[in-house]
Design a protein around this ligand. Structure first.
Ligand SMILES: [Zn+2]
Length: 340
């Protein structure tokens, strides 16, 4: 894959390609936009273009250098991410740390980066740094990083990827060229969902409308991501405000990590849609195998309660994604409010 292959973002990709074609690549870029719309793929493509010996300033996507970039293995492409992010990407194991993996990019990581940037590139004509996501830098780390932006080391390109650029210092933002990535076109998400998840067109349509232009969010609805979808939906429907243990048990199970919580909330959103479709007498269910349960739930719920369920699911998802809230506590609160 190369920068050319980033789909659904022609304007953003064009800005990056134009600077490469011009041969004068700015030293710092801020790639912003909602999660799951291609910012990171574009950063990866940009990194390949900057180190590829076969197609300099374009990237061939096939040579060993390009391949090593996408495997996080190129010696001149430096990734900076939090410990938690490294664990999530399986670049580190939880057992590598004697503490809970941090969600922040800390100042010592920035200092280590600066030491490496003081050295010459090993293979490529330049070094490339990817910060994923940049807003994970805590305030001290951002202050330290500001120095690198103010006095950039020679032959270095910094790529800051961020879904929440407001959490970056204004002085830091102002030194980067900002490239905005918008939500992906609905039709693109729908077609990708249909192709990759092998679902029927109307289900793909429904999933795409839930995904708000984020392919990542759409694909999180993938069957494979939850080992036991059916069991989880059944346990969700078994939660009752009258028995606090059912609330705590479900929140513990589904809130074990942010990814698990997000996947569960996506699953439940599709499930509540199935209940709403059933209640309206519709036929096309994402989980046709759970039709009897959907019918039972639909019979005992009114439209207001359905809307409340949708809203609470969405609130919990937003809180977990954007405000770094504890997934377990958010799930508990959501379940209690649903039952209340
Ligand atoms: Zn290449």
């Amino acid at each position: 894959m190369t920068l050319r292959d980033v789909q659904g973002q022609p304007r953003a990709v064009h800005v990056l390609q134009a600077s490469l074609a011009h041969g004068t690549v700015h030293h710092a870029w801020l790639l912003t936009g909602p999660s799951g719309v291609g910012k990171e793929l574009a950063a990866l493509g940009m990194a390949q273009a900057l180190v590829c010996p076969v197609a300099p300033l374009a990237g061939c996507g096939k040579c060993p250098a390009c391949a090593r970039v996408s495997r996080f293995h190129h010696p001149d492409v430096l990734w900076v991410m939090s410990e938690e992010e490294a664990v999530r990407r399986k670049l580190a194991a939880r057992s590598d740390f004697d503490h809970v993996p941090s969600r922040e990019i800390r100042v010592d990581q920035v200092r280590r980066l600066q030491e490496r940037l003081a050295l010459r590139p090993l293979e490529a004509p330049r070094k490339v740094v990817l910060l994923l996501p940049a807003e994970a830098m805590n305030p001290q780390a951002q202050n330290a990083f500001l120095k690198t932006l103010e006095e950039p080391p020679p032959e270095t390109v910094l790529l800051l990827v961020s879904a929440a650029p407001d959490r970056l210092l204004p002085t830091l933002r102002s030194r980067c060229v900002r490239v905005a990535f918008g939500p992906l076109p609905h039709a693109f998400v729908r077609d990708e969902v249909q192709r990759r998840l092998e679902v029927t067109p109307d289900v793909a349509e429904a999933v795409a409308s839930l995904a708000d232009g984020s392919l990542e969010r759409a694909l999180a609805l993938d069957a494979e991501r939850l080992a036991d979808r059916r069991g989880r939906i059944e346990r969700f429907e078994g939660v009752t405000g009258a028995d606090l243990r059912t609330v705590l048990r479900f929140a513990d199970e589904a809130g074990s990590s942010r990814e698990e919580a997000e996947a569960t909330l996506a699953l439940l959103t599709v499930w509540v849609r199935d209940v709403a479709v059933t209640r309206a007498g519709g036929e096309s269910l994402f989980h046709p195998e759970l039709r009897p349960l959907a019918e039972r739930v639909a019979a005992g719920i009114d439209d207001d309660a359905l809307h409340r369920r949708f809203r609470l699911l969405d609130d919990a998802l937003v809180a977990i994604r954007q405000r770094n809230a504890s997934p377990r506590l958010q799930l508990e609160r959501m379940l209690l409010e649903m039952e209340g």
